[in-house]
Design a protein around this ligand. Structure first.
Ligand code: ADP
Ligand code: MG
Length: 343
């Protein structure tokens, strides 16, 4: 078992793209850690840098007590599952799983034993003689996990492990992945662009943008206390309201009205007020606008108000309590649910 320590790492491609930029990160021993961010922010590159498939231009990578910056991938005690699974198509499931042992020239009987053992834990026992082409997406994913697990690594790196699965299977695979990780107590870093997946699965999440980490925290911390407006925008199943406002008499005034303020700020200070649509409810003493759009979210609906100057403000209502389009509506914030950012 091993922690991962990344200190000042920059990874630059030959074309000059700095995909990882002076990045620091600590992943604790046994942690299930998510790297979350939009496409192109450097998640895969960071994973490949930990695995040793990319050599950083600066900085150091340590796994457990060892500095592995100059070590080959095979010497790092790391197993990586690629986004497309990268199973060997001409090998059976058993051969794929046992591949790391074959590379180490383990006896054939030991290879078969290990494949059967790992396959049992992954519900693949009945499929050991199939080839990857004869498996469903979820089965291929489990076979790829099996190969990584059989490698006996201390650290498991998973690049978008669930993104090739359909919605229902993805939920099943989430539970499966979490259970497997707990049982094996493997330090695991998984990449995702799906904030819901990161929040549901991970012990802690790093939110990345343009090669850098904007915030590291538990799912609750990044949801409740986004460090900046980028994180605030990125996290949450409905987009957070980010309203341009100004401090006035202990409150903040914005286009649609005013909201409770932040003590200690001088009148006239410009701020951006963040509030999740889930934390706005109908009531006076807040923001007023006309209903522009009502979207069905399932058990609730997202209502978008348009304030006098056109600023949109979203809030959620239980089903059957939707106001009519065009109706004037006032909303107020639940106590303690406002976030303030520098403007
Ligand atoms: P993510 O996994 O978050 O989508 P990547 O790590 O794949 O991001 O890419 C980060 C940046 O590096 C992007 O700008 C991408 O275009 C660039 N990039 C990725 N791979 C290469 C490569 N092999 N050569 C040059 N640029 C690359
Ligand atoms: Mg990627």
């Amino acid at each position: 078992m091993a922690a991962i320590d990344i200190a000042g790492v920059s990874t630059v491609y030959p074309n000059g793209v700095r995909a990882v930029d002076a990045l620091d990160l600590h992943v604790a021993d046994g942690e299930l850690f998510a790297l979350l961010g939009p496409s192109g922010c450097g998640k895969t590159t960071l994973l490949r840098t930990i695995a040793g498939l990319e050599v950083p231009a600066a900085g150091a990578v340590a796994i457990g007590p060892r500095d592995v910056t100059r070590r080959q991938p095979g010497e790092r005690g790391v197993a990586m599952v690629f986004q497309d699974y990268a199973l060997f198509p001409h090998m059976t499931v058993a051969e794929n799983i046992a591949y790391p042992l074959r590379v180490r020239r383990a006896p054939r009987s030991r290879q078969r034993e290990a494949a059967a053992e790992v396959a049992g834990g992954l519900s693949l026992s009945g499929l050991l003689d199939r080839r990857p082409g004869q498996l469903s997406g979820g089965q291929q994913q489990r076979a790829a996990l099996g190969r990584a697990v059989a490698a006996g690594a201390d650290v498991l790196l998973l690049d978008e492990p669930l993104s090739n699965l359909d919605a229902r299977l993805r939920l099943e695979a989430r539970t499966f992945l979490k259970r497997l990780q707990r049982e094996l107590a493997l330090t695991t870093v998984f990449v995702t662009h799906d904030q819901a997946e990161a929040l549901a699965l991970a012990d802690r999440v790093a939110v990345m943008e343009a090669g850098r980490i904007r915030q590291v925290g538990t799912p609750r911390e990044v949801f409740q206390r986004p460090a900046d407006t980028f994180v605030a925008n990125f996290i949450g199943s409905t987009p957070m309201n980010l309203l341009t406002a100004e401090v006035r008499d202990g409150r903040v005034e914005c286009a649609g009205g005013s909201l409770p303020g932040l003590p200690g700020l001088a009148d006239g200070t410009p701020v951006v007020v963040g509030v999740r649509p889930e934390y706005l409810t109908r009531g006076d003493d807040g923001l007023t606008g006309r209903v522009a759009v009502v979207e069905n979210l399932g058990v609730s609906s997202l209502v978008t108000l348009e304030c006098a100057d056109g600023t949109p403000v979203g809030f959620t209502v239980p089903e059957h309590e939707e106001p009519a389009p065009g109706e004037p509506v006032s909303v107020r914030a639940a106590p303690g649910r406002l976030l303030f950012y520098g403007a």
